[in-house]
Design a protein around this ligand. Structure first.
Ligand code: SIN
Length: 487
């Protein structure tokens, strides 16, 4: 087995996951309850079979992680379980307080090294090599020398993460540029649910400080949101208050910021014992303290930021895409588990459950000659979106991010989406051939951002994380997926 990665093996979104990983292992919990919560969060677009598999196989994947050495936090000898938004019971395992992703990532990366798996770092995938309709390998560029090589394999598995770098404000690291999704699309694979992108309600918003996730678990432990007058406001928007679904909390914060004219609200956890706060959230405590905010005494200035991509390369429950021998798992895949809105802490579990299934399938399977996933419904014709004529600003990463943040962000309008689609399409026809890591990344972000804007324009309703101020309610006739495939 060969792993190609454009950075170092342990640099990815997983490493930054704080809150944790969801699994029904508590006494008062069951896979059935976890299933119900996931389906409700997904707002009518989850694939029931994928959710059943996720929730039933999750406890076994936790057992694997414990066996591999992930040190989950415990309480009186039992694994400690925290609460996050829209979960009906405490169900979130965590490690090192708020360092869950880092512990999982480092444990698995060091195991991969020990097992003699070949790992090629600083090798950026630039093209999926095809043999007729089937994948046969990957073209990749050494990001330091810019030389290009081809790697052939029985199966090609995309595990390249999401595209959080599409937006000006994001909790995601620099590597999250939608590479696998764009390459799969260019190779002809179907993409699904591209319009559904989740914004995390609470990222640190402080002049001079990087955007830094303030875990939902802080609200799960009792943290409350206050406006600039010090008033608690979430109960005015939703009966579950701070633990309302993520999209509701993010929009409520935007509403409060628009009323006050400020670029943040406050997350207040000062009423909890300071030792509990610093022990339960050591990373957040340290990061904020370095920037002059003692979270045991001061309210934390926060605002929403781009966080997680629900859409991606369409797969079945074995990770198979519409291209024979091409598989996808993790944030670059759309397994159908998340629907229109991901339930908090389901993403680390999704990649474990479906990554495990991809391995099961590929270890035994011979190369396939014909697609196994299909037939597809709802493949969309781009011609539906009219292209406005407008002045074209030059393409740069900052302009792309600004356009997506402004027009394809938390609150979307038909007019804004039309504008975004027009600009993105024109950039798409004028962008030059990529030559190094940053130009490849920009091209990939442009492909993914354009498809996101196209899908958001087509979906004339609000559902889950997709909110249109010109169509504020869900519509029954829109209870289906938008699937793109390059003709
Ligand atoms: C968080 O800790 O709030 C992030 C968890 C997640 O996105 O699932």
């Amino acid at each position: 087995m060969l792993i190609l990665t454009k950075g170092s093996i342990d640099e990815c979104n997983t490493k930054y996951a704080q809150g944790g990983i969801a699994a029904a292992i508590g006494r008062d919990d069951s896979p059935g309850l976890h299933y119900e919560d996931t389906m409700t969060a997904g707002a009518g677009l989850c694939d029931p079979e994928a959710v059943r598999i996720l929730t039933e196989e999750a406890p076994a994947r936790i057992t694997d992680l414990i066996r591999f050495g992930v040190p989950f936090d415990t309480n009186e000898g039992e694994v400690a379980l925290a609460r996050e938004a829209a979960h009906s019971v405490n169900r979130i395992l965590h490690a090192g307080g708020d360092a869950t992703g880092e512990h999982i990532e480092l444990t698995l990366a060091s195991l991969a090294r020990l097992r003699n798996i070949s790992i090629l770092e600083y090798a950026q995938a630039t093209r999926i090599l095809m043999d007729g309709v089937a994948a046969r390998g990957i073209e990749a560029m050494d990001t330091r020398t810019h030389t290009t090589l081809e790697y052939e394999g029985r199966h090609v598995i995309l595990a390249s993460g999401g595209a959080g770098r599409l937006f000006t404000l994001t909790t995601n690291p620099e590597v999250t540029t939608g590479d696998g999704i764009a390459l799969a699309y260019q190779a002809g694979a179907a993409l699904s649910d591209m319009e559904f992108f989740q914004f995390h309600p609470t990222a640190l918003r402080l002049p001079g400080a990087a955007v830094f996730l303030i875990s939902e678990a802080v609200r799960g432990e009792g943290g409350v949101l206050r406006n600039n007058k010090g008033e608690r406001f979430m109960l005015d928007y939703h009966p579950q208050g701070e633990l309302a679904p993520r999209d509701v909390v993010a929009r409520s914060i935007v509403d409060q910021m628009q009323r006050s004219g400020e670029d943040h609200v406050y997350l207040d956890i000062t009423h909890l014992p300071s030792q509990l706060v610093s022990a339960r959230f050591p990373q957040i405590y340290r990061f904020c303290l370095q920037h002059g905010v003692d979270i045991t005494r001061d309210r934390i200035p926060v605002a929403p930021a781009a966080h997680y991509m629900m859409g991606g390369v369409k797969t079945n429950v074995w990770g198979e895409t519409t291209i024979p021998n091409l598989y996808a798992c993790g944030e670059c895949a759309c397994t159908g588990v998340h629907g229109a809105n991901r339930l908090a802490s389901n993403s680390l579990m999704e990649v474990l459950v479906f990554g495990h299934r991809v391995v099961e399938r590929t270890v035994a399977a011979p190369r396939a000659a014909a697609p196994v996933l299909g037939p597809l419904d709802g493949v969309v014709d781009f011609a539906r979106c009219p292209e406005p004529s407008l002045e074209l600003p030059g393409l740069s990463l900052a302009r792309l991010q600004g356009l997506l943040w402004g027009e394809v962000g938390i609150l979307r309008t038909g007019a804004g989406l039309q504008k975004a689609v027009g600009v993105l399409r024109r950039w798409d026809t004028t962008i030059g051939p990529p030559s190094d890591r940053s130009t490849h990344e920009l091209a990939n972000l442009l492909t993914v951002g354009r498809l996101m804007a196209e899908a958001a324009l087509i979906r004339e309703e609000s559902r889950g994380a997709h909110y249109r101020t010109d169509f504020t309610e869900p519509r029954d006739d829109w209870r289906h997926h938008i699937v793109f495939a390059k003709g």
